[in-house]
Ligand binder design. Structure first.
Ligand code: SAH
Length: 377
């Protein structure tokens, strides 16, 4: 159990009064909710009921928990709270993508993006992209979030809370079919909270998504990859590769100076991702930097024999960088070389770019202004 939760429960137990800081229920797993109920003198099954109200039904008021006795609801009302973030701003792209800016308790802001996707039969399905940190410490050269710098970790509750709040904004009968942890932040740099959130989001009774419909994207923190895959087996793993040689990757993704391609790809070859799963390698395409035919050949060589797929992401622009997005033909030519080498390769279609909701375009403008002295887009 999280230390923080434990101490809050202990505070409740010790005092006749409720704790001075309300206990946040969002982000608590079933075991924690069960202990909380026990500490409050209730039977363990109440914890499971609250788990179901919170995650499966997504209620945000104790009064909606109709199978919880009124007296206990009143006690909960005093000691705990359900909502962890507030909608600060909402914008809608011409392509139907919606970006939500959430305000957290301390005033920090994070973003989630809901993306309409058509499946093979043309049926529309929602994907939700959520953040794991406020800002990011990885410093990737082509990413707008990196310009914010690292502000702080999100708690498991703040990660799951984005899903809970975004789900309430869906129309009746709609649901999220996929969740991607590809918003702001580096998930493996916030390991415990991310693992806890992923477990809740994929819990069979939480009405989130199944493990195979949740994907975590990492910059490639080699020392944590194996632990992560073992902690949440069956979850999709996407690794930000972005170059097939150390010199280029070192410039784009600073973490490559700590773990080079040999270390990263070596570890990926050994990861116990399961029989049917493929690791996705994300490859942001930057004109004249990593988009040549030679780059494609080197990439094919690097990934030879590795069960994977390559997802090409034509760079989503923002002002104030030297980068440019390659033309569609260049991207397609690059992809053809990968296919000819026997790799599975797809191109990610940018969604929400007009509202800065596409990959690598999420950032708090004020924070960027503060860090760089520039006026953000
Ligand atoms: N920290 C995670 C999640 C990042 S966002 C990671 O590094 O994987 C998801 C993907 O978008 C990553 O592959 C990231 O490198 C990429 N990305 C970042 N900025 C981008 C931009 N401006 N255009 C296109 N892709 C970008």
């Amino acid at each position: 159990m999280e230390q923080d939760v434990k101490s809050k429960i202990a505070t409740y137990q010790a005092g006749v009064r409720p704790p001075s800081q309300p206990i946040d229920l969002a982000g608590m797993d079933e075991e924690e909710l069960v202990s909380l109920c026990e500490e409050m003198g209730e039977p363990p099954y109440r914890g499971r009921q609250i788990f179901s109200w919170l995650y499966a039904h997504g209620v945000n008021k104790f009064s909606q928990m109709t199978n919880i006795p009124k007296g206990f609801r009143a006690k909960l009302e005093e000691a705990a709270r359900l909502e962890i973030l507030e909608l600060d701003r909402e914008s809608r792209s011409l392509d139907g993508t919606e970006k939500y800016v959430w305000r957290l308790r301390d005033g920090a802001r994070v973003e989630s993006v809901r993306i309409p996707m058509r499946n093979v039969n043309g049926v529309m399905r929602w994907s939700l992209c959520i953040s794991t940190q406020v800002g990011c410490a990885m410093g990737c050269a082509f990413c707008l979030t990196a310009k914010m710098g690292f502000i702080r970790q999100l708690s498991a509750g703040e990660i799951v809370g984005q899903f809970l709040a975004a789900r309430r904004l869906l129309a009746t009968g709609e649901r999220f079919h996929n969740i991607v942890l590809m918003g702001m932040g580096e998930p493996l740099d916030n390991f415990d909270a991310t693992v806890k959130a992923v477990k809740i989001l994929t819990h069979p009774r939480a009405n989130g998504v199944s493990a195979k419909r949740l994907t975590v994207s990492t910059v490639g923190i080699v020392s944590r990859l194996r632990d992560f895959v073992s902690a949440v087996p069956g979850v999709g793993l996407a690794v930000s590769l972005h170059a097939a040689d150390d010199e280029t990757r070192g410039k784009l993704v600073p973490v490559n100076r700590k773990w080079n391609l040999r270390a990263l790809i070596g570890e990926c070859r050994e990861l116990p991702v399961g029989e049917r799963r493929r690791i996705t390698f994300e490859y942001v395409m930057l004109r004249g930097v990593n988009d040549s035919g030679q780059d494609a050949k080197e990439l094919s060589k690097l990934l030879k024999g590795l069960k994977c797929k390559v997802n090409l992401i034509p760079w989503n622009p923002f002002p104030g960088t030297p980068f440019e997005r390659p033309g569609d033909e260049r991207v397609e030519e690059f992809r053809r070389i990968l296919l000819a080498a026997g790799l599975v390769a797809t191109t990610r279609i940018a969604k929400g770019a007009d509202i800065l909701a596409a990959c690598g375009q999420l950032a708090d403008p004020r924070q960027i202004a503060e860090n760089t002295g520039l006026t953000p887009p």
